[in-house]
Design a protein around this ligand. Structure first.
Ligand SMILES: [Zn+2]
Length: 262
């Protein structure tokens, strides 16, 4: 997970007008009529998709997978129509651009994987303090302690790490029980143990070790360095994992230089 600067998502004034009108419309309805009304206005959030795709070079904000063609979902981080295990939803944030996260279908949609039943975010939005859940626009969202890591929240992406086998683990920054709980919940909800993801991360770790070894042995140095640069350039998939893997070889000056300049 890489930090996404949500302040760079800047819709134009016309969009804000449309969003305000739709929010008013949603506020004038209740129950299933409101849910239907909101779902019928999906063009409002999908209009921002190209801008969101550009912000992460087409990668999912949760798992950093490059999303093929136009299979980008826009996840409402605080769910717009229904929240698993809660009696209320966050309808008033349906047209709030700061509530949008670009997601691949694996992270965004609840599914039953062969190995893992009921993974994916779906309508889940668990809190560590459910009694403080906001239930109306007047409630203070900052009182909620969200159990899911948020790629737009500075500090959250660095709580997650991956081991040499590509499996997601808590990083050393997750030093309290509460932070560990947040990482564990996010691993399930964003389906970060998905076999394909684990294999891709493991391959990256193995390739980085292999290229570093070859460079240290003086074999195909320039080609190996170019391969490493490709793995850590900003558009690369699983970039945060790749950079951490290369950081393990930080004792070499050329690694320090490469990390500083790529
Ligand atoms: Zn994803």
């Amino acid at each position: 997970m890489k930090l996404i600067d949500i302040s760079k998502l800047m819709p134009d004034p016309e969009w804000f007008e449309k969003a305000a009108k739709a929010r008013k419309g949603a506020g004038a309805r209740t129950g299933t009529k409101r849910a239907r009304y909101i779902s019928g206005k999906s063009e409002i959030w999908t209009e921002l998709r190209p801008m969101m795709v550009q912000m992460s070079a087409g990668k999912c904000w949760y798992c950093e997978t490059k999303i093929k063609r136009d299979y980008h979902d826009i996840d409402h981080f605080r769910p717009k129509n229904e929240v698993e295990g809660a009696e209320s939803d966050y309808w008033w944030l349906a047209f709030d651009h700061t509530n949008y996260r670009l997601a691949c279908p694996f992270c965004n949609r609840e599914r039953n994987d062969d190995e893992f039943p009921k993974v994916g975010k779906g309508t889940h939005f668990p809190l560590l303090n459910p009694s403080e859940r906001a239930t109306c626009p007047e409630d203070d969202l900052s009182r909620e302690i969200i159990k899911l890591l948020d790629p737009t929240n500075p500090g959250d992406p660095d709580l997650l790490n991956y081991n040499e086998y590509g499996l997601p683990i808590t990083s050393s920054n997750a030093c309290t029980r509460e932070l560990k709980e947040r990482v564990d919940e996010s691993i399930i909800r964003y389906h970060l143990k998905c076999k394909e993801l684990v294999n891709s991360r493991r391959t990256i770790a193995a390739n980085i070790d292999k290229y570093v070894q070859r460079i240290n042995d003086g074999k195909n140095v320039e080609a190996c360095k170019e391969n490493l640069r490709c793995l850590i350039q900003p558009h690369a998939e699983y970039l945060s994992h790749a950079r951490r893997c290369l950081c393990k070889h930080f004792e070499h000056q050329w690694v320090q230089d490469m990390l500083a300049t790529t």
